[in-house]
Write a protein that binds this ligand. Sequence first.
Ligand code: SAH
Length: 256
Amino acid sequence: MLQNIRVVLVNTSHPGNIGGAARAMKNMGLSRLVLVQPKDFPADEASARASGADDILANAQVVDSLEDALVGCSLVMGTSARERSIPWPLIDPRECAVKAVEHSKAGESIALVFGREHAGLTNDELQRCHFHVHIPSNPDFSSLNLAAAVQVLAYEVRMAWLGAEGGALSIEKADAGATRGNELATMDEMELFYEHLEKTLVDIGFLDPAKPKHLMPRLRRLYGRSSVERTEISILRGILTETQKVVRGEPHKRKD
Ligand code: SAH
């Protein structure tokens, strides 16, 4: 069940941190590691720090973009050591772990995303996440080592999983957001929707590409917290398609 939970490391500089993260994951029973453009990987230092979790490194998937790393996921939680310009739904590692285990039990794929050692995740990357996770550290010294941050989340996931196994959490698919029998839209489906939405908003003159302000991030935040189902995305895309037809003066569904 923990196999549905992937750990995504974005642009990691130090291979030692990749190894440390792999070890932290294996200790806690997580196995799926995805690396977005690591600076130096594979590397001896990564294997040395993994000390026995080499299988996680050997099976790690290396991809070119965060978008590629999130394919198939319906819940994405991004970690951040500090406050960002647009406030996003913010949770702590414990809440994050409970959500991850709930969704995983419902058969959904989940990503836990970690940023660069020096700069964390960009605002754009954070806006691709449904929730932001902050480890409540000392505000005067808030940034943990990357592998240490992975360890904290992996431990909480294990605790939530053990609790669920012991029946402490009674988890139904409905609790994971989707109504019974309906699947949540995945990140790749949501990205296609956002592209379609942005284009339509430009076409109808609601969004000025020269002055986008924070419209798209705000809309991402809105849809991101709505647990949108696959069937609902089809409806929304259908509305956008008809809207575009009206704008272009093409034949559309409205009769009059
Ligand atoms: N200087 C960076 C910190 C990067 S630390 C910044 O100011 O954003 C590297 C990564 O470890 C972060 O991107 C995040 O994924 C994780 N991390 C470190 N401290 C964290 C904290 N207190 N809460 C959540 N994630 C944290």
